[in-house]
Write a protein that binds this ligand. Structure first.
Ligand SMILES: [Zn+2]
Length: 479
């Protein structure tokens, strides 16, 4: 083995555009409907029906092209991609081939590299086969769902870079409102091409296509497996076959699905039932104005404007919802660090415990900032503030009312706390002795005891001060 090998990866992403109805008919795109209830003669390809292009799907697709820095082709027409498969009711898929909507764009990833985008085109999804033991069923609910296919150039040099590209692409699509990218619902799917070549060579090696990865981690794992598998073959001097391989996440391996001896002939031709048309300049201007701040730009600005740490800013911009919430909360309480740490910590903890659905969060940024402020000024201790936040999370109830109802105002009054401390010393002779013998951490047990006794209301800082003072006095007396 002479020269080192280099990995070359290209990704093909299918993303479902966020529309209420399908791309060529008015059937609902709603998820989870009973099989074959969101269908009509158009998406089922009955003879004589005519497709009508969904405007919203076209405009969202244009927005994506612009956000991905693509050149938008001004003349639009669709083509029929012909093939036979039971999940394809028309025996052809309406797609774009010779003239995609967008071409030659790029996506900037966090490392600073620009991954070039080869093409972005609109098409319709097929149905879904459900295989039983000795028969198969077909559900056409997905037939006609608007998809955008986004194909990168083979610019990606490692499985990790593929992961970063996908993460950034997903975030971008979510930020501009083009797709929810919900992978569990199949709203974003990814296939990968991978080949190896000797470093410095310009000719691409034989590429292998990978399918069946359901998560970004799955894509990374499958690519890592392929790098190892192909390296071994090349180092032995054997041949890589051009083929499609399926990722099996349970075994952590890829398996050959089919060798590509014959290239598919889809007999593309222009869809005669949809006229070609021109993309107007004003449509582009409108969509450009709706893109807004993209995630990487926003992260940079948030780092600067709020003096957060890199890792904090990363979490804050990891969802547009969260970034919007953060910035609004900062309007009401100017301790940005505290807002960020309460958002990344307790807020997200409750969010995931509640099922991780932004629609379920009812607390407003204003009310959230109030809880953080009360914590900062000592009105609430850590535990109390978390309790209040949990209480108002899905109700947005009045913060002051909750504090009153729950009796959560932090007790910092020395007189009151001294009573608790005296009790703690009497009730816990062993930890007290430990402390007096020099075991400093025994004091934490006593603080905990007081916190429990006060039902979480005591100010732990003040309790500790009183405790240490009392124990010093006691130590002086006894010793
Ligand atoms: Zn339909």
């Amino acid at each position: 083995m002479g020269k080192e090998l280099e990995t070359v990866i290209g990704l093909e992403v299918h993303v479902q555009l966020d529309t209420k109805s399908k791309i060529f008919c008015s059937c609902s795109t709603g998820f989870g409907a009973l099989p074959n209830t969101n269908i009509c003669p158009v998406c089922c390809g009955y003879p004589g029906v005519l497709p009508v292009l969904n405007k919203k799907a076209l405009f969202l697709a244009l927005r994506v092209c612009l956000a991905l820095n693509c050149r938008v082709n001004r003349r639009i027409y669709f083509e029929r991609k012909n093939y036979f498969y039971p999940d394809l009711p028309k025996n052809y898929q309406i797609s774009q081939y010779a003239l995609p909507l967008g071409e030659d764009g790029f996506l900037l990833i966090p490392s600073g590299r620009e991954i070039r985008i080869k093409r972005v085109h609109l098409e319709e999804d097929a149905g879904k086969l459900i295989h039983r033991k000795d028969y198969s069923l077909v559900d056409f609910n997905r037939a006609g769902i608007p998809l955008l296919e986004i194909v990168s150039y083979p610019d990606i040099n490692s499985p990790q870079e593929a992961f970063d590209y996908l993460t950034q692409l997903k975030l971008t699509l979510q930020y501009i409102g083009a797709s929810t990218c919900d992978m569990e619902k199949g709203y974003l799917r990814c296939d990968a091409n991978i080949s190896l070549r000797k470093k410095g060579e310009s000719k691409l090696g034989t590429k292998v296509e990978l399918k069946n990865m359901n998560t970004f981690r799955g894509v990374r794992d499958a690519l890592e497996y392929e790098v190892k598998r192909q390296t071994k073959i090349i180092e032995k001097g054997d041949k890589i076959y051009q083929e499609t391989r399926l990722w099996d996440s349970s075994q952590g391996k890829t398996f050959s699905m089919r060798r590509k001896e014959e290239a598919h002939d889809y007999r593309y031709f222009p869809e005669p039932d949809l006229v070609d048309f021109k993309i107007e300049e004003e449509w582009l201007e409108k969509e450009r104005s709706l893109i807004g701040e993209l995630p990487l730009t926003r992260k940079k600005r948030i780092l600067k404007d709020y003096q957060l740490q890199e890792g904090e800013a990363e979490v804050v911009v990891s969802s547009k919802w969260l970034a919007d919430f953060f910035e609004e909360a900062c309007v009401y309480f100017k301790d940005y660090k505290k807002i960020a740490s309460w958002l990344i910590g307790p807020f997200l903890e409750i969010f995931y415990a509640e099922g991780g659905d932004w629609d379920k969060v009812k607390v407003t940024p204003k009310n959230f900032s109030k809880v953080v402020r009360y914590f900062s000024t000592g009105k609430l201790n850590n535990l109390g503030a978390k309790k209040v936040l949990a209480k108002i999370f899905t109700t947005n109830a009045d913060v002051d009312k909750v504090i009153e109802e729950e009796g959560l105002v932090q007790v910092s009054c020395e007189e009151e706390l001294t009573k608790f401390v005296d009790e703690a010393i009497v009730a816990n002779p062993n930890p007290v002795n430990d402390y007096l013998k020099g075991k400093q951490q025994a004091v934490m047990f006593l603080v905990g005891w007081v916190m429990k006794k006060s039902r979480g209301k005591a100010n732990p800082k003040v309790v500790r001060e009183i405790l240490e003072k009392k124990l010093r006095e006691k130590g002086g007396k006894d010793g």
